[in-house]
Design a protein around this ligand. Structure first.
Ligand code: ATP
Ligand code: MG
Length: 424
């Protein structure tokens, strides 16, 4: 029998990577909270019906990407493929709509989609999700987008990303555009990829979303949805752009940007990178004014986005310094171990990462281990030092040693750390 491996498309995030994840998560907390968003944590699974209704039966997600199963009582449940439906369910269930508007919420965590795994595309992946609920003012759209770009700015990624915005109009005027689009695409049907031919029948707008190279020349010449906006939708979009400009948020208008979900109206946006091949979308979002009502909630509007965190972490790249201990404490024997154990604990309580040998290896082996761990210091205590109440503090770089009182050892390590010493 061979050892069991992780499920296809599902990966471990190893220690060499977790520091980058922590940086990304910390930036999200800091930036979102500065804009007044509060964290909500929603369950990893929900009734299947929530996603069917909240994402749309005709979307790729619901049609072919969901992890759906019956639990032991025969109820159909689904691992969440996205967070918006769950956040809105919670908003309705807990009566958030009576709070001052807009209600601003964010969440982070794993999502599950049955897709073809490849670099930057997994079956379990992570998103940061933001939703602003109960306000239609276009300045809110612009603020949400500015916040997204501030998140990337906080990670030093802003220059490597492109923000695209569009308006896909209102539910009321979209049918007229779709009719124009079908008039244009119909005669070119034979040139489209198989998936687009199917989309043409079920959900023609999604053709604009196709990534197949062969479809691009056709998509590029398609009529622009911006020419079919209602007066209100056009004014809304103009104001969003003016507000973005007032804040200095660089963006390009992309009339083909329709997004994959059925529920969007008016503002849509996406953040793209040229560095991750076909997986070029790092974040996407839009306004979804009818969705809360569709989930049997109040008629509150909403806007939000999701960031694909794997792709952000990929963009951040290497740089895994500073994961080792500051010092390795090396007791030479049982008696010394008894003295160094409490010293190690005090140093750790003071926030200093230290490692402890257990007095079972010879000194050269312990020093070699300290070296491999990248420690800046080794602390050596044998019977001679113990008898004098001392330990030897050895600089791992230069090999120089000096004696320090055992009683003051933890404080000495805390002081070294405060002076800026770190693992090598
Ligand atoms: P894509 O076009 O890449 O399939 P999407 O439109 O399905 O993206 P959304 O549902 O808008 O994606 O999710 C927002 C972000 O989540 C995406 O921009 C992407 O960065 C990330 N994402 C989506 N699916 C995956 C996945 N299977 N693995 C890793 N990241 C993903
Ligand atoms: Mg997708």
């Amino acid at each position: 029998m061979s050892p069991i491996k992780a499920v296809r498309g599902v990966r471990d995030i190893l220690p060499a990577e977790t520091r980058r994840w922590q940086r990304v998560e910390a930036a999200a907390h800091r930036v979102f909270e500065a804009y007044g968003y509060r964290e909500i944590r929603v369950p990893l699974f929900e009734r299947t019906e929530l996603f069917a209704r909240g994402i749309g039966d005709e979307t790729d997600i619901v049609k072919k990407e969901m992890y759906t199963f019956d639990d032991r009582s025969g109820e159909s449940l689904t691992l969440r493929p996205e967070a918006t439906a769950s956040v809105l369910r919670a908003y309705i269930e807990h009566g958030f709509h009576v709070e001052p508007k807009p209600v601003r919420l964010y969440t982070m965590g794993p999502m599950f989609r049955y897709e073809r795994p490849q670099a930057g595309r997994y079956r379990q992946f992570h998103q940061a999700n933001v939703e602003a609920l109960g306000e239609t003012h276009p300045a809110l759209d612009a603020e949400v987008i500015a916040m997204l770009m501030d998140f990337f700015g906080a990670l030093g990624l802003a220059d490597r990303l492109e923000l695209r915005v569009n308006s896909i109009g209102d539910a009321g005027t979209r049918p007229a555009y779709i009719a124009r689009l079908v008039d244009y695409l119909g005669p070119r049907r034979a040139e489209l990829c198989g998936e687009c031919r199917a989309r043409l029948d079920r959900n023609p707008l999604r053709v604009l979303d196709c990534k197949t190279p062969g479809c691009q020349p056709i998509i590029e010449k398609a009529p622009s949805i911006l020419d079919s906006l209602s007066r209100e939708a056009a004014r809304h979009f103009d104001t969003v752009r003016e507000c973005l400009e007032a804040m200095g948020v660089a963006h390009t208008v992309d009339p083909r940007l329709v997004r994959g979900l059925d529920y969007y109206v008016r503002t849509t946006f996406e953040v793209l990178t040229a560095e991750l091949g076909a997986q070029n979308a790092v974040a996407g979002g839009g306004r979804y004014d009818g969705l809360i009502a569709q989930l049997e909630g109040p008629a509150d509007p909403g806007i939000g986005f999701a960031i694909g965190l794997e792709r952000v972490v990929l963009l951040l790249g290497g740089d895994e310094r500073g994961t080792g201990p500051l010092a390795v404490l090396i007791p030479l024997g049982e008696a010394a171990l008894r003295r160094l154990l409490p010293a190690a604990r005090r140093a750790r309580q003071g926030g200093v990462p230290v490692e402890l040998g257990y007095g079972i290896r010879k000194l050269p082996r312990e020093l070699e281990r300290a070296n491999r761990l990248g420690a800046a210091w080794a602390v050596i205590a044998g019977d001679n030092e113990l008898a004098r109440g001392l330990a030897l503090l050895r600089d791992m770089r230069s090999g120089e040693q000096r004696a320090v009182p055992l009683d003051g050892l933890a404080d000495e390590l805390i002081r070294l750390r405060a002076e800026g010493a770190g693992p090598r």
